[in-house]
Write a protein that binds this ligand. Structure first.
Ligand code: SF4
Length: 392
């Protein structure tokens, strides 16, 4: 089984903490009113050209960004229908046509019963919504465009529609107290979402928030506060019956995100659009994080593939696996390492892991599998740093 990821890089404005590749949709359209249509067409061309890279049926599709729902709805749903049809055609090669999960990211200001119904008709069966907070002051502090009421209305519409959905929250926001964070989680979980994600706010160089911190205008949550917020998060989720299956992801039993889970278990995926990454099970391909370069390659008579290929050493591949697997409840499987990279590498990994097994930093799960206990996931970086293998 393989995944398909599609990147829509347009947003209505830039959030203060965001370091994703995203472009202001207003200015793009002002320069060239046809630019969104040309971009979506280029993605369909890229899919046709790269279909040969897929050696397994596509079982999950994820449209992320950016803000995919910043594309006007009729254009967006036409595009989704085309992706659905083209994917079905690709899958016919394997005599399987079923797509198990088709997710789109959306912002609360774009979600209503009408938009949900239109998205569903085009093939979408899961919506991932960026709620981030239910307090308007916190949303304003990081320059989100929506307010508290919009978050509540969007969640009510999702719940009412019966569609599968996930909601994102951020903790450690400027001005967020422990009580406020508890109340954010309570508010979200009262909607009983099938899935939610919670991320600790990070201050990435180059973002407006980072500059504000450097000038002393905002304070980053200190480590103790971040840990207490994390403790509140995992307790609240467990009290309400959620599985904490990855450091930032929680689901009702059986509702874990299929597409995102594939990133953690080495499932191949094809990434389309600017800045998208692909993984064929061995090597990674990266599309340019530039609309101009991407369009130059695909929107011309001599269509060319935009990606560059990253030659990965076996050590890099094992380390990618160690980093991602140790952030999941399924943990790291030594038999999987033996199967993919051989006994010598597996012995090195075991050697690196053994001190943590002795001190409780890692828990054996049986069958030569290991995980970091849930309480330590927020500090998993320090364990992972010592667990990864050194390059030759
Ligand atoms: S909406 Fe999402 S992708 Fe767009 S700027 Fe905000 S955080 Fe970044």
């Amino acid at each position: 089984m393989a995944g398909l990821y599609i990147h829509i890089p347009f947003c209505r404005s830039k959030c203060a903490y965001c370091d994703f590749y995203s472009l202001p949709v207003g200015s793009i359209l002002k320069k060239d009113p046809g630019s969104l249509s040309k971009y979506l067409k280029a993605i369909l061309t890229e899919l046709e050209m790269r279909a040969v890279e897929i050696n397994e049926p596509i079982s999950t599709i994820y449209i992320g960004g950016g803000t995919p729902t910043s594309v006007p709805m009729p254009e967006l749903t036409d595009f989704i229908s085309s992706i659905t049809k083209k994917t079905a055609a690709i899958n016919r090669r394997f005599q399987i046509s079923e797509i198990m999960e088709f997710t789109i990211e959306a912002n609360p200001e774009d979600i209503s019963r009408e938009t949900i119904d239109s998205l569903r008709k085009s093939g979408i069966d899961r919506i991932s919504i960026g709620i981030q907070s239910f307090e308007t002051a916190q949303l304003e502090a990081v320059m989100r465009r929506h307010d508290s009421n919009t978050s509540l209305r969007a969640l009510a519409a999702l719940k009412d529609s019966g569609i599968n959905y996930s909601a994102d929250l951020i903790y450690g926001l400027p001005g967020q107290s422990l009580d406020s964070w508890s109340s954010q989680i309570r508010t979200l979980l009262d909607f009983e979402p099938p899935h939610f994600s919670a991320y600790l706010l990070s201050y990435e160089p180059g973002t407006r928030l980072y500059a504000q911190k450097e000038r002393g205008r905002v304070n980053e949550a200190d480590e103790q506060t971040a840990c207490r917020m994390y403790d509140i998060l995992i307790k609240s989720a467990s009290d309400r019956g959620y599985d904490h299956y990855e450091i930032s992801n929680f689901s009702r039993p059986g509702m874990a995100a299929k597409h995102n889970s594939s990133y953690w278990n080495l499932t191949p995926y094809l990434g389309l659009g600017c800045s998208a990454h692909s993984f064929d099970g061995n090597n990674r391909r990266i599309n340019p994080a530039s609309l101009v370069s991407y369009m130059k390659a695909l929107d011309c008579d001599k269509k060319t593939l935009p990606f560059i290929e990253e030659e990965e050493t076996a050590i890099n591949k094992v380390n990618d696996y160690i980093i991602t697997s140790l952030r999941t409840s399924a943990g790291l499987s030594v038999p999987m390492i033996i199967k993919k990279w051989g006994d010598t590498i597996a012995t090195e990994v075991r050697t690196n892991l053994s001190p943590f097994c002795a001190t409780g930093g890692l828990t054996p799960l049986g069958d030569d599998c290991y995980r970091i206990p849930e309480q330590l996931w927020l500090k998993s970086d320090s364990i992972i740093r010592d667990a990864i293998l050194e390059a030759d």
